[in-house]
Design a protein around this ligand. Structure first.
Ligand code: AMP
Ligand code: ZN
Length: 470
């Protein structure tokens, strides 16, 4: 399997350290409902896990839920996002966190995403965070200011390497607002103190006063505690590279002297109708907003996987409609398999079933090559699901192949494509008889009954076949 590793900025052959692949995925800050942009990451990383499993690896993955410490600005200023959510909704921070965790996990499940082995909630790791700060301080990597314990990035000469940061340039460009007490522009809080009178409901006593952990710390701490460093793969969005992930790496170095992860994968952002996703543009669609317009989570997942995780994708409702139709088309090919009809009868380019009369030598379409291996090869090439989908479009798949497609992409293609009942089958025969007897009123009536069941009948040169309408 080849993966694009942000560490070396190149495609690398993936080799795990042992037989269990350790993966960490930066999860959501649970202060608001996830929008479709947020959800893309979990869809791509689900494909990563499924691909590893298909290749025979065991996977242990941790996904965290940030319920404390993530400030509105990545630069240790502004309000804690959870506090902001609580204010907005007139609830306590814990209620807000519980509510959005449940919502996120519902979205997660509706997208048919594999459960991580561990869901790690940041507030369950506060003791471990304090131990981590102690360790960093003991090792000489921190200093105290009036508002917290800061990481001294000058103590870690490789700090700028991961994100290829121009620290001198950043320092020169620093303006007012940059705390006088910070020694270097890239220094960051590992622990924040709560000043007397400051509102911050989530608080823990540490070093004799109330405070809370800095956002980046939870990921380093959870990895240290649950997986052990270095892990094999760390995933996140490209926005995490310059601050969040650079800081995680620095923290792990200060805590243990070890590397945090061997491979780093980052997915790009989506735009919507060519614009960035933002509240002011009113385009922060959630899965429920898509449902209101007649699109299921699986339609959205089809849309996401029809592109590459490293590409900037532009979401439009037209492209979502195409993804939806593509999925319906695939399900209808499964319907043809139930009827032992190959898709050549509906215009496919090769045939699934051998027929002594028509084996390709005497004319007619040739038999199909087995596509399962090609599909997996595409995914093994840096998760190229777009190419894999094109292979699916252009090959004839057996039921076994469709099962493999479902296992690899989690698209519920077979589960959402049930065989029709005996009753519906009888209706189809009756409709055919009515048509042959030229009783068109009756055949139209049966067509409507079938439509109510979500089924339509198409006439082909080899006779009628049933298909799903939606
Ligand atoms: P936020 O809750 O806005 O901080 O977003 C959480 C994470 O979701 C970000 O750190 C990004 O990695 C990801 N994200 C946000 N917006 C988008 C987008 N438009 N496309 C893809 N990922 C996004
Ligand atoms: Zn993280």
């Amino acid at each position: 399997m080849k993966l694009y590793n942000t560490l070396g900025r190149e495609l690398e052959e993936f080799k795990p350290r042992d037989d269990v692949v350790k993966i960490y995925t930066c999860g959501p800050t649970v202060y608001a409902e996830a929008h479709i942009g947020n959800l893309t990451a979990y869809i791509y990383w689900d494909l990563l896990v499924r691909a590893l499993r298909t290749n025979g690896y065991k996977v242990k993955r941790v996904l965290n839920l940030t319920d404390v410490g993530h400030l509105v600005s990545d630069a240790d200023s502004g309000e804690d996002k959870l506090e902001k959510g609580a204010e907005r909704e007139g609830k306590s921070v814990y209620e807000v966190a519980d509510y959005y965790i449940e919502k996120f996990r519902k979205d997660y499940d509706s997208l048919e995403l594999l459960q991580p082995e561990i869901w790690a909630r940041a507030t369950d790791y506060i003791e471990a965070d304090m131990d981590a700060v102690d360790k960093m301080t003991e090792n000489g990597f921190t200093y105290e200011t009036t508002d917290g314990i800061y990481y001294d990035t000058s103590r870690f000469p490789e700090y700028a390497d991961f994100a290829k940061l121009d620290l001198a340039g950043l320092q020169a460009g620093a303006r007012v607002g940059f705390s006088d007490e910070k020694r270097n522009i890239s220094d960051f809080a590992v622990w924040k103190f709560i000043k007397p009178g400051e509102k911050h409901a989530m608080r823990w006593d540490y070093l004799g006063r109330p405070g809370y952990p800095g956002w980046h710390l939870e990921c380093a701490t959870i990895i240290h505690k649950e997986l052990g460093e270095p892990i094999d793969i760390h995933t996140g969005g490209i926005d995490h590279i310059p601050v969040h992930h650079s800081n995680e790496i620095a923290e792990m170095h200060a805590m243990t002297g070890r590397k945090l992860s061997r491979y780093w994968l980052h997915c790009d952002f989506i735009t919507i109708d060519g614009e960035k996703v933002s509240k002011s543009l009113g385009n922060t669609y959630s899965l429920s907003n898509l449902a209101e317009r007649g699109f299921s989570p699986m339609d959205y997942k089809m849309w996401v996987l029809s592109g590459h995780y490293q590409g900037t994708r532009n979401f439009t409702f037209e492209s979502l409609e195409s993804a939806k139709n593509r999925r319906l088309n695939w399900r209808n090919r499964i319907a043809l398999l139930y009827q032992k009809v190959d898709s050549t009868s509906l215009g496919g380019s090769c045939r699934a079933f051998s027929s002594p009369k028509n084996d390709g030598i005497f004319g007619g379409p040739p038999p199909c090559p087995s596509p399962a291996q090609n599909i997996l090869s595409s995914v093994n090439n840096n998760l190229n699901s777009a190419e894999a989908f094109a292979i699916i479009d252009n090959s004839e798949l057996s039921m076994e192949d469709w099962q493999k497609v479902d296992e690899l992409f989690g698209l519920r293609l077979i589960a959402d494509s049930p065989e029709i009942s005996e009753e519906v089958k009888k209706l189809i025969v009756e409709r055919q008889k009515a048509r042959e007897a030229k009783e068109y009123a009756k055949s139209d009536e049966i067509r409507d009954l079938l439509a109510e069941q979500g089924i339509t009948v198409k006439d082909t040169p080899t006779g009628p076949v049933w298909q799903y309408l939606k």
